[in-house]
Design a protein around this ligand. Structure first.
Ligand code: SF4
Length: 541
């Protein structure tokens, strides 16, 4: 008996404990400190993966969080000044590695390595944006409008970076105003954004509009957006919930502003023409404001790179849909995709990560390695996702074997942009702009909302994780239609109620409880790791 126990202990030490309870599994839930969700100690993933995590992920990323600052910052001192000045910055930079821990928990081998490259690219892109903010910020430079300031465009985060490629050869930078202060902070430290929601409500905004729009305008109420560009391009974002956001932003920022709408009903060819005109008007506005003409060469060069990245993604999707060899977990897949398509080709971080991931993926194909061997269900996640709990899918795989293969947000910009002529480029650009996050499949009309059925088939999924954003009027309006369709089509689907960035409305524990209930009462399944069923992480980042 003792010999058997010793043998198992040795095996557990060398390979890490097995996943499931039946095999004397790893019980990941016991690693957490109550409430804070901090780890009592680091997860032992076996000798190889623990050391891989320590050196190639933990150490590597800490080192690069410093070298990226040196690479992208005009003066690293500005970076530290910005950390003191802006709440979203100070509260987000240090928990970055905990964000990795949450998203990569329980991953082993190729899944661990490949998913971490997606995280690495996102961190690098974030530091690139932060440095662009701080290089140009008049507040960090004694009120001076320096060269970086004069070469920056401010835009709403859902106004895709692709639109600004024509000025990049001339040294201009696109800075999405809310992508770091709002979108990235929600994922890394979910508490930071609450302050901004409260701020905008304190000046009279009622509590029921979309909390994304609330948080974005709250940033301006608290004067927490750097002053880094002489002009602003705004849009109505995914839905018209955001129109008032930009009224407030216009009021607080007080700069020359161009409002570039994203049409609601975009399948109409006349609406597309209208959108093409609007884009050209916006380009004229930039030319007038900067005195720098539109450059076709600058545009084409970056669009070609963007198209290559899109083809890379299609290659990955092909493997994800047809095999069990796709090594990226649900959260790394979704965030990388939405972030890279929205920010666009502003550096080489996306392409570098994509190359590395493809290498790992083809190794899995050649050697027939299944990176998620405990998969019981292949899940497609649909509708607007909870930003404060994007790592729910890591938990769901570890606890229940639910493997999120693809997310709605990843499928938004599922297209190339032609570069053979200006006219074709403009036409495709209009489509790309109209397929903004959430616009196409969340509020873009029934045809697009129900694209779910096609994608479910294409990605060979047998289950739907249906997000239920409680303050999203568009998606609340079609809740019942989805219920009917799920029944009619005999589809296994569970709902995830949430309030986008606001973890106070529905906690992470409540989301887990809802999934647990579905898996036990409807699916009659047993958890792979019962220690993950119920734990209190109410205070975690
Ligand atoms: S979650 Fe809904 S309400 Fe909020 S921006 Fe997206 S589509 Fe609009």
């Amino acid at each position: 008996m003792a010999k058997k126990n010793f043998g198992k202990a040795l095996k557990d030490f060398w390979y890490g404990k097995p996943h499931t309870a039946e095999e004397g599994g790893r019980r990941l839930g016991e690693l957490y400190e109550d409430k804070t969700g901090l780890l009592k100690h680091r997860e032992w993933r076996g000798v190889k993966d623990t050391f891989y995590y320590m050196y190639n992920i933990w150490g590597y990323n800490y080192v690069h969080m410093v070298t990226d600052i040196l690479k992208y910052s005009n003066n690293p001192i500005d970076f530290f000044k910005g950390t003191w000045r802006y709440r979203w910055m100070g509260q987000t930079y240090l928990p970055v590695i905990h964000w990795f821990e949450r998203g990569l928990q329980g991953m082993r081998g190729e899944a661990l390595a490949a998913s971490a490259w997606h995280y690495r690219a996102m961190v690098s892109a974030s530091i690139h944006q932060i440095c662009n903010f701080f290089n140009a910020d008049t507040r960090l430079h004694g009120g001076k409008q320096n060269n970086a300031y004069k070469h920056s465009f401010y835009a709403n985060e859902t106004t895709c970076g692709t639109l600004f490629y024509p000025w990049m050869d001339a040294g201009y930078q696109y800075i999405p105003m809310e992508m770091i202060p709002y979108f990235v902070t929600c994922h890394v430290n979910s508490h930071t954004v609450l302050n901004y929601i409260d701020a905008v409500q304190s000046i009279g905004l009622p509590g029921d509009p979309c909390p994304m729009c609330q948080a974005e305008s709250g940033l301006f109420v608290l004067d927490d957006v750097p002053d880094s560009a002489p002009l602003i391009i705004t849009c109505n974002e995914a839905c018209d919930a955001s129109v008032s956001t930009h009224t407030l932003q216009d009021w607080f920022a007080n700069k020359p502003l161009f409002a570039l709408p994203i049409p609601m009903q975009f399948d109409d060819p006349l609406v597309k023409k209208y959108c093409m005109n609007e884009i050209e008007e916006m380009w004229k506005f930039i030319e007038e404001q900067t005195g720098t003409p539109f450059s076709w060469e600058s545009m084409k060069k970056r669009l070609d790179r963007q198209n290559r990245l899109q083809r890379d993604e299609w290659e990955k999707w092909e493997i994800a849909s047809k095999t069990n060899y796709y090594p990226i977990n649900g959260v790394a897949q979704a965030l990388f995709r939405i972030y890279s398509t929205q920010y666009g080709i502003q550096g080489d971080f996306w392409e570098e990560a994509s190359e590395k991931v493809k290498k790992i993926m083809y190794k899995c194909v050649e050697k027939k390695i299944n990176p998620f061997p405990q998969t019981r269900h292949r899940v497609i996640a649909w509708s607007c996702a909870p930003l404060y709990y994007s790592n729910w899918c890591t938990w769901a795989y570890n606890c229940w074997g639910l493997n999120t293969i693809i997310n709605m947000d990843s499928l938004m910009f599922d297209m190339e942009i032609r570069t053979d002529s200006y006219e074709n480029m403009l036409e495709d650009m209009a489509t790309y702009h109209m397929w903004a996050p959430m616009r196409r499949m969340a509020v873009g009309g029934m045809h697009h909302i129900f694209e779910l059925w096609d994608y479910m088939k294409r990605f060979n999924c047998d289950m739907v994780a249906m997000y239920d954003q409680l303050q999203c009027k568009g998606m609340q309006g079609v809740h019942g239609l989805f219920e009917d369709e799920f029944r009619k089509r005999n589809i296994n689907a569970f709902w995830i109620p949430h309030a986008l960035p606001d973890s106070r409305t529905v906690s992470r524990a409540e989301i887990r409880r809802q999934i647990n209930d579905y898996m036990t009462t409807v699916m009659h399944e047993e958890p792979l790791d019962p220690s993950l069923l119920d734990f209190d992480d109410s205070m975690t980042w």
